[in-house]
Structures are given as C-alpha cells and as structure tokens.
Design a binder for this molecule. Structure first.
Ligand code: DP6
Length: 360
C-alpha cells in the first residue's frame, strides 16, 4: 500500500457521537530504529517483540461539533486528571494525521488514557499511547467507512501511530513485528508495521522481557533529538547497512530457534545504538554505571552457567533482560540475587511477548 491509499474518499453521514476504547502494548526493538527522514520515515527497518503487560488503555469520546474549525478540539486526561503537558504532542499528532482523516475536524474529542506501568518508571509510553489512540481513531473511521477490511484497519492504525511516534507503528500486532522496508521481507513497508512474515520458532513465543529500572528519571536526550543526530553522522551509512544485514540474519535465527545467534545479534544491536549516541555531534551517553554492571553480570552468568539470557537497551539506562519462558525460574533467581541491587529502589517490571492490541 502507498501513502495515498490512506486518504479516504468522500464520506457519507458522519455519526453524531461515539466512544471507543483500546488497549495497546509497548514493544521492545531487537533491531533498532535510530534515524528518520521527513514524514516519520525510518532510515532502516526495525524488528520488535510486542510486549504483554506494559500497555496503555485509552478511551476516546467523540462528539460532532456545532462549530467545526480547521483543527479538531480535544482535551486529554491521564489517570482521570487533566494532562495539559500532553497537549502539544497530541496537537502535533492531529496535525500530521488530518490529511488522512479529514473528518476529524468535525469533532471535539475527549481522550482518557492510563498506563499499566508506573509514571515514574522511565518507561516511554509514547509507543503504546500513540497506538491505542490511533486504534480508537480507526474505530471512528470504521463507523464512517464500514466496508474497510480488517487488514486495512490494522495497517492504517499502524500508519497513524507511526506519525505520532515511529516505534508506535510496531505496537498494533502481537508477537514479532517489522516496520520498515527490506527487499528480502515481503510486505514490509516504511509506512506501517507488519506481522513478521517468516517462521518463528516456538521458543520465542514465550520469551520473557524483564525491564530493570536502572534510572527512573526523564531521559536527558529525547529519541527525537537522537534520531536527528543520525543526519550527517559519520557512521550513519554503516549503521543502516548493519541493521539491514541483521534483519537478513534474523530469518534463520527465528526459524531454527538459534538462541546463541539471537543473543549475539540482539546485544550487538543494543550496543551499536548506544555507540551511535556516543559518536554523534554532540555526543552523549545514556547508560549509567548500573547499566554496565548489569551487562557484565549477565555475561559472567552466561559464561558460568551456559543459560540463555541476554540484554537489550532502548534510548536510556534501563536494561531489558530477554530469556526463554522455560528458563523463567532460574533467570529470575539470578536476577534477584545479582541484578536487583543495581535497579533504582530495587524496581523491575516482569513482561513477556504478547498478543498485540485489543478492543476493550
Ligand atoms: C531507541 O519511536 O521514540 O527505542 O519516532 O521520534 O517518536 P520518535 O522516536 P521513538 O524512537 C525509538 C527509538 C528506540 C529504538 C526502537 O524502538 O526501535
């Protein structure tokens, strides 16, 4: 599908009002998105696990306005309280999606949202938040265009979510998701995420992600700034080539359940992402001493026991510990014994691969 496929034709009567609720999960990238072009187009494809318990629940209340302007009216609430600090982000989002949902300007919206993870966990809610809101907006579009296919509904929800936050494009479908075009991956697109189209070994279906909260504070450098620093970055081209190569390499790894190759690839991605930050201009470091302590302990534990457990990092200091579900007890015992002391207030979140967004 191309961009113009997402511009709707003339609509019939618009419903006077509607209330729509969706829950959308967070996701953890295995191959990282870092760098983008205008229009939220990624400079390399990325692949993620959809998470299960870390999620956003959003209810969208729409009412046709007597006084339609160029721009939709909206108010936003987080956990029942007005959340004016989100207004700018939502406004930018509405501005970006209006060409694809022109009927929005006929409505006033109340957005009620809550996250399943604590506010001050240092976990970004933009992926799950933008995905949940996009799904609610697609429910409104479905009322106006009831003949749309389920596939189109999902693709467009991801397309809209991407315009809010790139990684949100991967928070619609469950399991393994790819966003970004790759010649060897049929159906892959820069415009929306797709379910990974190749065989995935059952060992990955129950994969666990334990998020070790090393630093619960707000990130010092936002992802948006980090993406921009990839323009003119001396290693940009090699990095984008590396990500594409990793996507090629993932195919047999996923098919065969090759955990050693999986761990090597995922850790290399995490460290390459942070290497890009350390070598940009201006340069910056988002890891904290606790991040490195945890990484060293994971490596030492793996050498000592041979158990499959690896880490990945997002654009922050927190560590995602990834391991097969069948090793849950053993790895969680290791975590309590050796890693929890590096977490702020001893906090961590237990999550796992999940089934994707659901209508509430
Ligand atoms: C390091 O999706 O947060 O988590 O598109 O500017 O909203 P924007 O960026 P965002 O970037 C995520 C970067 C990452 C890697 C990833 O999730 O692929």
């Amino acid at each position: 599908m191309i961009e113009k496929d997402f511009i709707p034709g003339p609509s019939g009567d618009l419903p006077d009002a509607g209330t729509f609720s969706w829950k959308a999960p967070s996701n953890i990238a295995l191959v990282k998105y870092w760098g983008k072009l205008a229009g939220q187009i990624p400079t390399n494809p990325s692949v993620s696990f959809t998470l299960d318990t870390s999620a956003t629940r959003t209810t969208l209340i729409c009412e046709k306005t007597m006084d339609p302007g160029e721009f939709p009216h909206f108010s936003i609430y987080l956990d029942g309280a007005p959340a004016p600090h989100f207004s700018e982000k939502i406004r930018t989002f509405f501005e970006r999606i209006l060409p694809y949902q022109p009927f929005l300007s006929e409505y006033a919206f109340e957005i009620r949202t809550e996250n399943t993870f604590p506010h001050s966990s240092g976990i970004a809610s933009s992926a799950s938040g933008m995905a949940a809101l996009s799904l609610c907006l697609m429910d409104l579009e479905l009322k106006i265009y009831p003949d749309m296919s389920t596939e189109f509904f999902h693709h467009k929800a991801s397309f809209l979510a991407r315009l809010g936050s790139g990684s949100a494009a991967r928070s619609i479908k469950g399991g393994v998701v790819q966003w970004g075009e790759h010649d060897a991956v049929p159906g892959s697109s820069n415009l929306y995420g797709i379910s990974y189209p190749f065989e995935v070994h059952p060992v990955f279906e129950s994969f666990q992600d334990t998020i070790l909260l090393v630093d619960k504070g707000k990130k010092e450098v936002s992802s948006t700034v980090g993406h921009a620093l990839m323009q003119g970055h001396p290693f940009a081209k090699s990095r984008f080539d590396q990500a594409r190569k990793h996507i090629d390499q993932l195919r047999p790894v996923f098919r065969e359940g090759d955990l050693n190759a999986f761990m090597a690839l995922v850790e290399s991605e995490a460290l390459s992402l942070h290497a890009m930050m350390m070598s940009s201009n201006p340069y910056f470091i988002l890891m904290k001493p606790g991040t490195l302590e945890i990484i060293e302990r994971i490596w030492e534990y793996r050498r000592r026991t041979g158990h499959a457990v690896c880490f990945t990092l997002d654009a922050g200091a927190n560590v995602h510990l990834l391991y097969p579900g069948e090793n849950k007890e053993t790895i969680q015992a290791f975590l309590k014994e050796e890693l929890v002391s590096f977490c702020q207030d001893g906090h961590y979140l237990l999550d796992r691969v999940g089934p994707g967004a659901s209508r509430l």
